[in-house]
Design a protein around this ligand. Sequence first.
Ligand code: NDP
Ligand code: HSE
Length: 448
Amino acid sequence: MPELTAPAAQDVAPATEGLTVALLGGGTVGSQVARILTEDAAVLHDRVGAPLTLGGIAVRTLDAERDWQADPARYTRDAEALVDGADIVVELMGGIEPARSLILRALEAGTAVVTGNKALLAAHGAELYEAASRSGAQLSFEASVAGAIPILRPLRDSLSGDTVHRVMGIANGTTNFILDRMDAEGASFEEALAEAQRLGYAEADPTADVGGLDAAAKAAILATLAFGSAYTLDQVSVEGITGITAEDNAAAADAGYVVKLLAIAERGTAEDGTQGAVLRVHPTLIPREHPLASVRGAFNAVFVEAENAGELMFYGPGAGGAPTASAVMGDVVAIAQRIVRGGPARLRTPVAALPALDPAEARTSSLVVLRVADQPGVLRRVAAVFEQHAVSIETLRQVRDDDAEIPGASLRLITHRARQRDLDAVVADLTALDAVHEVASVLRVEGN
Ligand code: NDP
Ligand code: HSE
């Protein structure tokens, strides 16, 4: 069973000397961590109770131009030597290798690690948590989800006396920026993506962002902290925003909703009664008055529903060098304080062993837009398909389709919550119905 933090058994012996921080990566985030360690050294010394020394910065290109330049003598290509001489390792290289091997090397030696590497955690988290658990080393990763926003520590620590039912996050700034432009200015997906790239939000290769994989990695990490079990990327159902059209936005706006790419992790019960967690990322309609609807541009927000706390929302910048470095430094200082002051290591996170359920078990409502023949009996036949799969219709609106190639009408139906597999069956049967020219869009609805 993976443990998510160090075991509680042994106390950490107080350190009398200063602590050496090895920085693996000196790019967008790493250079800001180096800056804070250098410029705020006196404040950090005061908070930690001992000096934090930058042991070195592992990079690929020693003389590359950087957002913030450390003493040139600090840069090295020998990451392993840095790890071996460190009290705390900060991994900000990104990618799987060599980040994975270097983190394992540190953890196996009992050295604490801080990382912002969501791709690595979502793919190999269980292996890393187990290595940390075996040696008693701390593994912290606040920066891996939603940049500067403190969300993982609140989920793991502040809510540890409560039961988290659901976490819904706008966890990818690039896609929120694109969807916001499409909604506010009527921009096409392509126009909004080009603007995101021009402004530096989207990567040159934006596939992981617009395809939903970046948000899915964050969904796996959020679920791991919220439910105390280790989840991986392959347990998240993923749908990106590339298929979202101006028509989808118009239909959403007409019904009082806005489209957001949400990373959702929630407790659920499968049809056979198994309790588990359902993890999914997809474009989602949320009511305009929902707090998540007000998250504009490239900002992130995470909405948490807990048994006793009720509804909480965490909001802020989800990316960027300095904001993400703030989250990294929060982890570094917490670890350093514990090493310096001694005392009990952080308590073991209770492991709930909540299995990941098939995403088809998710219960959600949907907006279904159909292009239909405008003839007697069509509504009855459409409604019969919903009835056959026990999916209840909450609202229905018909609009004329005067400009469509095939004359007819558009039906916009919003369903009550139903199992995803039943909604999928409804859509498959509607597609085969001859009175239905086209299932124009199916968008899931949350928050109402
Ligand atoms: P960058 O690409 O800007 O920086 C990566 C750094 O790692 C560079 O300094 C690079 O060296 C170094 N590096 C990469 N591979 C190697 C290697 N094989 N050996 C030695 N050094 C290597 O990445 P970011 O700073 O943007 O991201 C770092 C991590 O933080 C990632 O995991 C990312 O997902 C995460 N993160 C980033 C956010 C952001 O806003 N940027 C937000 C939240 C999380 P060189 O400089 O020589 O090329
Ligand atoms: N590409 C990510 C985003 C960066 O757009 O939010 C932060 O993980």
